[in-house]
Design a protein around this ligand. Structure first.
Ligand code: SAM
Ligand code: SF4
Length: 345
């Protein structure tokens, strides 16, 4: 079968091409077990048993964009908007240090309220006072903004390509283009950031071919991390009521990502846990090696409603971390003790 041929090519160490990637993504229920086992073995061999934890602080849910998939789009008037000030952000960071996290991810909508100077100051303060790795996820900005943030000490930047289908991209993200987003990723890489891209699995209008190209684009961009999670329809968006990504397709996409990019950092996403309780654990057995506990102050968290019923909405960082650590131990894995930079081979 095409699937068996693709697996054999992978085992012989050759670079998989589009149609082989497609064959792997089309794996049936029995074949996919073989795919998952192989991805787990590749994960173990290239990045080992460490699971790296990244504390994510969703510091503002204001956004000027209109992405059709996202509950934070500015046209959604039913969201209670919030912004954390510098003090609250630093408080959350200190709590993260206390529980032993080595990376903090600062994420927000595209919110121009924070001046570049303010963002630079926040990054600098975190770097000076904690030495943690700082990941930013602030959307599309200019080269010079990225440059200033890099100079301030930011280590990584998360900007998902979302979909590699240009037509679908412009339909879902008004006034932005795939080329523009990819340009941002290239700038970030040039500036020395570790870059994270990724996609949503199960977007309306997406085919298996699109998913294969999504992965090919991540490989081509040589991403250091790949955030792959299911699309979950939000009721107050133009995509309300649409079917979302499935557990199986998301796990297959993760597994193939691990085969194509053996040393990439691959998070097991909250979106997957939301779609299917226990999904986080399954992802860690299909190639994933990163978990991102939410350390946003609990009072704000439910308002960062990208999609409905987000998992872990009520857990304090300490509780959330305990359950993640238990899960990692159950799997016979260990919590990463260093920053968990990408292991470049
Ligand atoms: N505003 C920044 C951006 O768009 O890059 C960062 C925050 S944004 C909320 C983070 C990610 O949420 C996006 O990259 C997107 O993949 C994901 N997301 C948004 N709506 C989603 C949905 N309905 N289902 C699953 N993921 C979603
Ligand atoms: Fe804003 Fe990001 Fe949501 Fe798009 S995905 S509406 S840019 S927060």
């Amino acid at each position: 079968s095409e699937f068996a041929k693709a697996i054999n090519k992978q085992l012989s160490g050759l670079v998989l091409e589009h149609r082989e990637i497609l064959a792997l993504l089309a794996a049936g229920p029995k074949e996919q077990q073989e795919l998952f086992a192989l991805a787990d073995a590749v994960r173990k061999r290239y990045v080992g048993d460490a699971v790296h934890l990244r504390g994510i602080i969703e510091f503002s849910n204001y956004c000027c964009r209109q992405c059709h998939y996202c509950g934070l789009r500015s046209a959604n008037k039913d969201v209670k908007r919030y912004r954390l000030g510098e003090e609250d952000i630093l408080l959350a960071v200190r709590r993260a240090v206390k529980v032993g996290l080595k990376t903090v991810v600062l994420q927000s909508g595209e919110d121009r309220f924070y001046s570049l100077e303010q963002l630079v100051r926040i990054v600098r303060l975190i770097k000076q006072s904690t030495g943690m790795a700082v990941t930013l996820s602030l959307g599309e900005r200019s080269y010079s903004d990225y440059e200033r943030l890099r100079e301030a000490g930011a280590d990584r930047y998360l900007l998902k390509q979302e979909t590699s289908d240009e037509g679908l991209f412009v339909r879902l993200r008004p006034k932005t283009t795939l080329a523009g987003r990819v340009q941002c990723l290239k700038w970030l890489k040039e500036l020395g950031f570790e870059i994270g891209s990724g996609n949503m699995v199960g977007l309306p209008g997406q085919s298996t071919g699109t998913l294969a190209r999504d992965l090919e684009l991540m490989r081509e961009l040589d991403v250091d991390m790949a955030g792959i999670g299911p699309f979950i329809a939000h009721p107050q968006t133009p995509l309300a009521g649409m079917p979302g990504g499935t557990l199986d397709m998301t796990l297959k996409t993760l597994a193939v990502a691990r085969l194509l990019m053996p040393e990439v950092n691959l998070p097991s996403t909250t979106a997957l846990e939301t779609l299917y309780p226990g999904g986080r654990k399954l992802a860690l057995q299909c190639g994933a090696n990163v978990v991102m506990p939410n350390i946003t102050p609990v009072s704000c968290r439910r308002h960062y409603s990208i999609y409905p019923n987000k998992a872990g909405i009520k857990d304090e960082p300490e509780e959330c971390l305990d359950s993640v650590k238990k899960l990692i131990a159950e799997l016979g894995r260990v919590v990463g003790t260093d920053r968990g930079d990408r292991n470049k081979k």
